[in-house]
Design a protein around this ligand. Structure first.
Ligand code: PGA
Length: 249
């Protein structure tokens, strides 16, 4: 059974998610941690920066893994996944480059990048903790609806919803068509998974994920089969989830 935690608002979601990441690092200072891009985790990263600095948490042995990237982009493109992580986390926390493993969406040929990341992931021994947002279509990273369960790092043709939503990340229109992402095989092999969602716009997909069957049509629903998964959702995104008081904090 997945743990489902429903919190009053985005601020609380961000605080408790950051606290969970910090306590994981304190238990396992050399953890391999994969942190998603997107808007949902930005509050968590804000909190994480504050906690790490205020409490002098040692993150020097942590390896930070990127979840995904738009094909054709690297950190120089404002709005790319790497740009976002650089800006909101890696640079403010002075994370050393050798402690970051991230897709280069500009690699040519791109399938070599899948091989590189899969090779490096194997060397690291997989992911200990992964923080995931949830797409409007239920995707995880760029694992789109009707996802294969057997993929490691791979290139994906983006779903129409993902392409439409992508415009929010870029100041000028960027014609995205493909993404490169860790696959479900890698994601579901993580020791611990935290998946977060906030806002009314996520309420319909959250209802499908939590109340529906686990199905490749809705990739995030597959997380429910994992032994150590926690969904942390604010009340707006959880508006169609039955009021089970033990889920509320
Ligand atoms: P968001 O994206 O956090 O910007 O809503 C989530 C996702 O697409 O996985």
């Amino acid at each position: 059974m997945p743990k489902i935690t429903i919190v009053p608002d985005y601020q609380k979601l961000s605080v408790i998610t950051a606290e969970k990441i910090v306590s994981y690092i304190q238990q396992k200072p050399d953890a391999v941690i994969c942190l998603a891009g997107g808007d949902t985790p930005l509050g968590t990263y804000q909190q994480l920066k504050t906690i790490v600095k205020e409490r002098s948490i040692d993150i020097s042995q942590v390896t930070f893994v990127g979840l995904d990237e738009w094909v054709g982009m690297n950190e120089t493109v404002k709005g790319s996944c790497r740009y976002t992580l650089n800006k909101h986390l890696y640079k403010p926390l002075n994370i050393a480059e050798e402690n970051i493993l991230f897709f280069n969406g500009k690699a040519d040929p791109i399938h070599h990048e899948c091989k590189r990341i899969t090779y490096e992931m194997n060397k690291l021994g997989g992911i200990n903790l992964i923080l995931l947002g949830i797409g409007m279509n239920g995707h995880l990273g760029f694992n789109e609806p009707n996802v294969s369960m057997d993929e490691y790092a791979h290139v994906v043709t983006l779903d129409a919803i993902t392409r439409k939503v992508s415009s929010k990340y870029f100041a000028t229109p960027y014609p995205v068509s493909k993404g490169i992402t860790l696959g479900m095989k890698t994601i579901l092999s993580a020791d611990k998974i935290i998946s977060i969602a906030n806002g009314t716009k996520k309420s319909t997909i959250i209802e499908k994920i939590i109340n529906g069957a686990a199905s490749p049509d809705v990739p995030a629903s597959l997380l429910k089969n994992h032994q150590h998964v926690e969904f942390i959702i604010d009340e707006k995104a959880a508006k169609y989830i039955p009021n089970s008081t033990e889920n509320f904090i």
